[in-house]
Structure formats: C-alpha cells, structure tokens
Design a protein around this ligand. Structure first.
Ligand code: NAG
Length: 217
C-alpha cells in the first residue's frame, strides 16, 4: 500500500517536472532583452544592460507586408522571434506571418519547443496535425477567414492553400525559438547524409529513389 502511494507521488512529481520544463522557463525579472552580440552560452540569450534598453527592443514594423511567395513552395514565412525583437528573450513567445500563393504549402514539420495557434486573415487554409505513434491519427480542418486552429507542441503538422487566391495566416508559438524539423529536409537533407541503403529499407523504396530525394533536399 505504502509502495503504491510512493509510486503515485513519484509519478506525480515526474509529471510536474515535465510540465515545468516543456516550455520556455519563466522569467525572474521584468525583461531580459537579448544582447545579440554576447558570446555567453546560456539557455536563451544573455541579457543587455537594462539601462540601455529602448522601446525599439520590443518593436517590429512590417508584418502587414506580404512575404515573397515566388519559390517552389509558393510560401513565405515571416517570423518575428527573438532575433528580430530582442525583448522577446525569456518570454516564450513568437508571432509570425505566413503567406501562401494559390496551391502554396508548408511541408510536414514539427516545432520541438512550442505549441502553435494560428488564424486565417485572408483566403483559406487546410491545416492538419498527427498524433504520436502507434496510432498516428490525423486531425485536419479547412479554415476560412477568422478561423483559429491549435497545433499541440511537438506534433507533426502541415499547412496548404486549397484555394485559388492568396492566403494570409497569423500564427503564434509559445517559445522565443520554437525550432523546426521538416520531415523532408530532416531526413533527406542531412549533412553528412544518412546511409541510403538504410533509408531505402526504412521507406521501402529503391536506393535510386532515395538518392534522388537526397539530391533534391
Ligand atoms: C521574389 O523572389 C524571386 C525569387 O527569388 C525574385 O526573383 C523576385 O525578385 C522577388 N520579388 C520581390 C518583389 O522581391
């Protein structure tokens, strides 16, 4: 009986630790504006001297401007993260604009450090995420202007414009540096390359197809 209670306590403590460390750590000061020139190695970025902090450290102008979607994806992501707004350092937030031309898309990817929430400002968007294995269940929606969708932390997801016009999306993530792992580049665009015989077996494709994919990414 006592063992069961102890086990429950340990599991509860472990769950608590997971929750506490699954997001950017909470700040212990009003702000820690990133000193982008510091070479100090810390979790996040070193703080600037607070006496030198200006309103511009918390400011970015231009998210009303469309990104350039003239590229093979027909997509442009404009992230406003800690590199553009140093005042975001330690605050666990990023905002981004996503432009998608007709048929534009973002390939399947994950953000290892953040949950994402997005809203469509213009056009329409198919968005979907996949649960972890072994079930790999897909949850997807076609969003219209004003719709909001949430992508839980770490889960594989994708976005694509299923309309003929341009789509504009405003997204936020709860990390100053959410990180991105695209399935395509994260498997086929790796330096040094992952062994192609092994990938051929893993994907149940011939080695030539794998090498073509490796050349593309
Ligand atoms: C958009 O990107 C394309 C391809 O890189 C380039 O040729 C074009 O000049 C860019 N357009 C603008 C308005 O910057």
């Amino acid at each position: 009986m006592a063992t069961n209670i102890l086990l429950t306590l340990i599991i509860t403590a472990l769950n608590f630790l997971c929750i506490a460390f699954a997001f950017d750590p909470s700040p212990l000061q009003d702000f820690c504006v990133a000193d982008l020139t510091s070479t100090a190695r810390v979790n996040g970025l070193a703080c600037k001297d607070p006496s030198t902090v200006k309103a511009d450290d918390f400011f970015f102008r231009g998210l009303h401007l469309p990104g350039n979607t003239t590229n093979p994806l027909g997509a442009a992501l404009t992230p406003v993260n800690v590199n553009r707004v140093p005042g975001l350092n330690t605050l666990g937030l990023t905002i981004a604009r996503l432009d998608l031309a007709a048929n534009g898309f973002i390939p399947p990817h994950t953000h290892p450090r953040a949950t994402e929430i997005l809203t469509v400002l213009q056009g329409s968007l198919e968005v979907g995420f996949v649960t972890t294995g072994p079930t790999y269940t897909q949850f997807s929606k076609v969003l219209e202007k004003g719709d909001v969708f949430v992508i839980p932390i770490g889960l594989l997801h994708y976005q694509r414009n299923v309309d003929n016009g341009n789509t504009v999306v405003l997204a936020a993530v709860n990390s100053q540096n959410a990180g991105i792992i695209a399935v395509t580049n994260g498997v086929f665009g790796v330096e040094p390359q992952i062994n192609s015989d092994y990938l051929a077996r893993a994907f149940q494709l011939d080695k030539k197809t794998i090498q073509e994919l490796q050349a593309k990414f």
